[in-house]
Write a protein that binds this ligand. Structure first.
Ligand code: ADP
Ligand code: MG
Length: 220
Protein backbone atom coordinates (compact mmCIF):
# COMPACT_ATOMS: atom_id res chain seq x y z
CA UNK A 1 0.00 0.00 0.00
CA UNK A 2 1.33 3.45 -0.88
CA UNK A 3 1.92 6.11 1.74
CA UNK A 4 -0.35 9.12 1.55
CA UNK A 5 1.49 12.18 2.78
CA UNK A 6 -1.17 14.89 2.50
CA UNK A 7 -4.86 15.53 2.96
CA UNK A 8 -6.48 16.74 -0.28
CA UNK A 9 -9.79 18.51 -0.99
CA UNK A 10 -11.46 15.36 -2.44
CA UNK A 11 -10.31 13.42 0.62
CA UNK A 12 -11.67 16.05 3.00
CA UNK A 13 -14.98 15.98 1.15
CA UNK A 14 -15.08 12.18 1.34
CA UNK A 15 -14.30 12.38 5.07
CA UNK A 16 -17.15 14.81 5.80
CA UNK A 17 -19.56 12.88 3.52
CA UNK A 18 -18.84 9.70 5.48
CA UNK A 19 -19.15 11.59 8.78
CA UNK A 20 -22.59 12.88 7.71
CA UNK A 21 -23.72 9.37 6.77
CA UNK A 22 -22.43 8.03 10.10
CA UNK A 23 -24.26 10.76 12.04
CA UNK A 24 -27.53 10.00 10.24
CA UNK A 25 -27.01 6.29 10.94
CA UNK A 26 -26.43 6.79 14.71
CA UNK A 27 -28.93 9.66 15.12
CA UNK A 28 -31.26 7.66 17.40
CA UNK A 29 -28.36 6.34 19.48
CA UNK A 30 -26.98 9.89 19.97
CA UNK A 31 -30.45 11.07 21.01
CA UNK A 32 -30.69 8.21 23.54
CA UNK A 33 -27.27 9.06 25.00
CA UNK A 34 -28.27 12.72 25.22
CA UNK A 35 -31.58 11.78 26.88
CA UNK A 36 -29.56 10.07 29.65
CA UNK A 37 -27.35 13.12 30.25
CA UNK A 38 -29.14 16.07 28.62
CA UNK A 39 -32.20 17.03 26.58
CA UNK A 40 -32.20 14.16 24.07
CA UNK A 41 -31.58 15.92 20.77
CA UNK A 42 -27.84 15.71 20.03
CA UNK A 43 -28.53 13.18 17.25
CA UNK A 44 -31.33 15.26 15.73
CA UNK A 45 -29.23 18.44 15.99
CA UNK A 46 -26.25 16.91 14.18
CA UNK A 47 -28.46 15.08 11.69
CA UNK A 48 -29.94 18.43 10.57
CA UNK A 49 -26.38 19.60 9.94
CA UNK A 50 -25.49 16.39 8.12
CA UNK A 51 -28.43 16.80 5.70
CA UNK A 52 -27.45 20.44 5.05
CA UNK A 53 -23.79 19.48 4.50
CA UNK A 54 -24.62 16.64 2.07
CA UNK A 55 -26.77 19.11 0.11
CA UNK A 56 -23.95 21.70 0.09
CA UNK A 57 -21.47 19.12 -1.31
CA UNK A 58 -23.54 18.96 -4.51
CA UNK A 59 -22.27 22.47 -5.35
CA UNK A 60 -18.97 23.30 -7.05
CA UNK A 61 -15.84 21.99 -5.34
CA UNK A 62 -13.92 24.42 -3.11
CA UNK A 63 -10.61 25.82 -4.40
CA UNK A 64 -8.75 25.40 -1.13
CA UNK A 65 -9.01 23.39 2.07
CA UNK A 66 -9.55 26.66 3.95
CA UNK A 67 -12.54 27.52 1.78
CA UNK A 68 -13.93 23.99 2.11
CA UNK A 69 -13.65 23.86 5.92
CA UNK A 70 -15.09 27.38 6.20
CA UNK A 71 -18.17 26.40 4.21
CA UNK A 72 -18.55 23.27 6.38
CA UNK A 73 -18.29 25.37 9.57
CA UNK A 74 -20.77 27.99 8.36
CA UNK A 75 -23.26 25.34 7.19
CA UNK A 76 -23.07 23.69 10.63
CA UNK A 77 -23.53 26.99 12.48
CA UNK A 78 -26.55 27.79 10.30
CA UNK A 79 -28.21 24.37 10.57
CA UNK A 80 -27.27 22.75 13.90
CA UNK A 81 -29.06 23.87 17.05
CA UNK A 82 -27.83 23.54 20.60
CA UNK A 83 -24.35 23.96 22.01
CA UNK A 84 -22.96 21.45 19.54
CA UNK A 85 -23.75 23.70 16.53
CA UNK A 86 -21.49 26.46 17.79
CA UNK A 87 -18.88 23.94 18.95
CA UNK A 88 -18.63 21.89 15.73
CA UNK A 89 -18.86 25.15 13.75
CA UNK A 90 -15.86 26.51 15.67
CA UNK A 91 -13.94 23.30 15.03
CA UNK A 92 -14.25 23.64 11.25
CA UNK A 93 -13.62 27.41 11.25
CA UNK A 94 -10.35 26.76 13.11
CA UNK A 95 -9.40 24.03 10.61
CA UNK A 96 -10.18 26.60 7.90
CA UNK A 97 -7.93 29.26 9.46
CA UNK A 98 -4.95 26.91 9.63
CA UNK A 99 -5.48 25.20 6.25
CA UNK A 100 -6.02 28.66 4.62
CA UNK A 101 -5.28 28.74 0.89
CA UNK A 102 -3.66 25.29 0.80
CA UNK A 103 -4.99 22.64 -1.59
CA UNK A 104 -3.28 19.94 0.49
CA UNK A 105 -2.38 19.69 4.17
CA UNK A 106 0.44 17.69 5.78
CA UNK A 107 0.17 15.79 9.05
CA UNK A 108 1.91 18.73 10.73
CA UNK A 109 -0.72 21.16 9.40
CA UNK A 110 -3.62 18.87 10.35
CA UNK A 111 -2.17 18.43 13.83
CA UNK A 112 -1.86 22.21 14.30
CA UNK A 113 -5.37 22.68 12.90
CA UNK A 114 -6.93 20.23 15.37
CA UNK A 115 -4.90 21.76 18.20
CA UNK A 116 -6.30 25.18 17.29
CA UNK A 117 -9.81 23.69 17.09
CA UNK A 118 -9.44 22.26 20.60
CA UNK A 119 -8.28 25.64 21.93
CA UNK A 120 -11.18 27.41 20.20
CA UNK A 121 -13.73 24.97 21.59
CA UNK A 122 -12.32 25.23 25.12
CA UNK A 123 -12.37 29.05 24.92
CA UNK A 124 -15.94 29.05 23.65
CA UNK A 125 -17.48 26.53 26.04
CA UNK A 126 -15.11 26.78 29.02
CA UNK A 127 -15.05 22.97 29.30
CA UNK A 128 -11.89 21.35 30.61
CA UNK A 129 -10.80 17.72 30.21
CA UNK A 130 -12.82 15.63 32.66
CA UNK A 131 -16.02 17.70 32.37
CA UNK A 132 -17.70 14.92 30.31
CA UNK A 133 -17.91 16.70 26.96
CA UNK A 134 -16.57 16.15 23.46
CA UNK A 135 -13.33 17.75 24.72
CA UNK A 136 -12.65 14.37 26.37
CA UNK A 137 -12.50 12.73 22.92
CA UNK A 138 -10.87 15.61 21.02
CA UNK A 139 -8.10 16.32 23.56
CA UNK A 140 -6.57 12.80 23.50
CA UNK A 141 -6.83 12.76 19.69
CA UNK A 142 -4.89 16.04 19.52
CA UNK A 143 -2.25 14.73 21.97
CA UNK A 144 -1.92 11.65 19.76
CA UNK A 145 -1.54 13.75 16.58
CA UNK A 146 1.20 15.86 18.21
CA UNK A 147 3.04 12.66 19.18
CA UNK A 148 2.64 11.36 15.62
CA UNK A 149 4.26 14.51 14.22
CA UNK A 150 7.25 13.94 16.55
CA UNK A 151 7.42 10.25 15.51
CA UNK A 152 7.15 11.14 11.80
CA UNK A 153 4.20 8.73 11.47
CA UNK A 154 2.54 8.62 8.07
CA UNK A 155 -0.98 10.07 7.82
CA UNK A 156 -2.68 6.68 7.89
CA UNK A 157 -0.95 5.63 11.11
CA UNK A 158 -1.43 9.08 12.66
CA UNK A 159 -5.18 9.22 11.97
CA UNK A 160 -5.70 5.59 13.04
CA UNK A 161 -3.97 6.35 16.37
CA UNK A 162 -5.94 9.59 16.80
CA UNK A 163 -9.19 7.68 16.24
CA UNK A 164 -8.15 5.07 18.79
CA UNK A 165 -7.28 7.82 21.31
CA UNK A 166 -10.66 9.52 20.77
CA UNK A 167 -12.45 6.20 21.24
CA UNK A 168 -10.63 5.51 24.53
CA UNK A 169 -11.30 9.07 25.72
CA UNK A 170 -14.97 8.72 24.85
CA UNK A 171 -15.25 5.42 26.75
CA UNK A 172 -13.79 7.11 29.84
CA UNK A 173 -16.59 9.72 29.83
CA UNK A 174 -18.99 7.02 31.10
CA UNK A 175 -17.43 7.36 34.56
CA UNK A 176 -17.51 11.17 34.56
CA UNK A 177 -20.14 13.50 35.96
CA UNK A 178 -21.30 16.19 33.52
CA UNK A 179 -20.35 19.72 34.59
CA UNK A 180 -20.90 21.61 31.33
CA UNK A 181 -23.84 21.91 28.98
CA UNK A 182 -27.32 20.58 29.62
CA UNK A 183 -25.84 17.30 30.85
CA UNK A 184 -24.80 19.13 34.00
CA UNK A 185 -28.45 19.48 35.04
CA UNK A 186 -28.54 15.69 35.50
CA UNK A 187 -25.59 15.75 37.94
CA UNK A 188 -24.76 12.27 39.18
CA UNK A 189 -27.42 10.72 36.95
CA UNK A 190 -25.07 11.35 34.02
CA UNK A 191 -22.63 8.73 35.41
CA UNK A 192 -22.75 5.38 33.61
CA UNK A 193 -23.46 6.73 30.11
CA UNK A 194 -20.88 7.93 27.61
CA UNK A 195 -21.18 11.56 26.55
CA UNK A 196 -23.12 12.03 23.27
CA UNK A 197 -20.77 14.75 21.97
CA UNK A 198 -17.70 12.61 22.71
CA UNK A 199 -19.40 9.83 20.73
CA UNK A 200 -20.02 12.02 17.67
CA UNK A 201 -16.45 13.39 17.95
CA UNK A 202 -15.15 9.81 17.87
CA UNK A 203 -17.16 9.24 14.68
CA UNK A 204 -15.44 12.31 13.20
CA UNK A 205 -12.00 10.74 13.76
CA UNK A 206 -13.17 7.30 12.68
CA UNK A 207 -14.35 8.62 9.33
CA UNK A 208 -11.14 10.69 8.97
CA UNK A 209 -9.10 7.53 9.48
CA UNK A 210 -11.27 5.53 7.05
CA UNK A 211 -11.01 8.22 4.38
CA UNK A 212 -7.23 8.37 4.47
CA UNK A 213 -7.17 4.56 4.16
CA UNK A 214 -9.49 4.70 1.16
CA UNK A 215 -7.50 7.41 -0.61
CA UNK A 216 -4.20 5.66 0.08
CA UNK A 217 -5.51 2.44 -1.50
CA UNK A 218 -6.79 4.36 -4.52
CA UNK A 219 -3.32 5.69 -5.23
CA UNK A 220 -1.80 2.22 -5.69
P1 ADP B 1 -27.11 20.97 23.89
O1 ADP B 1 -26.06 20.73 24.95
O2 ADP B 1 -27.35 22.44 23.65
O3 ADP B 1 -28.36 20.17 24.09
P2 ADP B 1 -26.34 19.01 21.93
O4 ADP B 1 -27.28 18.09 22.62
O5 ADP B 1 -26.43 19.07 20.45
O6 ADP B 1 -26.43 20.47 22.51
O7 ADP B 1 -24.85 18.59 22.26
C1 ADP B 1 -24.52 18.10 23.52
C2 ADP B 1 -23.03 17.81 23.54
O8 ADP B 1 -22.30 19.02 23.34
C3 ADP B 1 -22.56 17.28 24.88
O9 ADP B 1 -22.65 15.87 24.90
C4 ADP B 1 -21.13 17.77 24.97
O10 ADP B 1 -20.21 16.83 24.41
C5 ADP B 1 -21.12 18.99 24.09
N1 ADP B 1 -21.06 20.20 24.90
C6 ADP B 1 -22.07 20.83 25.54
N2 ADP B 1 -21.63 21.92 26.19
C7 ADP B 1 -20.29 21.97 25.96
C8 ADP B 1 -19.23 22.87 26.34
N3 ADP B 1 -19.47 23.93 27.11
N4 ADP B 1 -17.98 22.60 25.91
C9 ADP B 1 -17.73 21.52 25.13
N5 ADP B 1 -18.67 20.65 24.72
C10 ADP B 1 -19.92 20.87 25.14
MG1 MG C 1 -28.79 18.18 23.88
Amino acid sequence: MSMTTDVTIPMAQNWLTEFCKAVIEIEDYLNELDAAVGDGEHGSNLSNGAQALLESFKGPQSKSLGEFFESVGMTIINSVGGASGAIYGTLFLRLSDIAASRATASLNTMSQAFESALEGIMELGRAKPGDKTLVDALNPAVISLIASVKNSDDLQAAFAKAHHAAELGCAKTAQMEARKGRGSYQGERSIGHVDPGATSMTALFKTLSNSIDLFSENRD
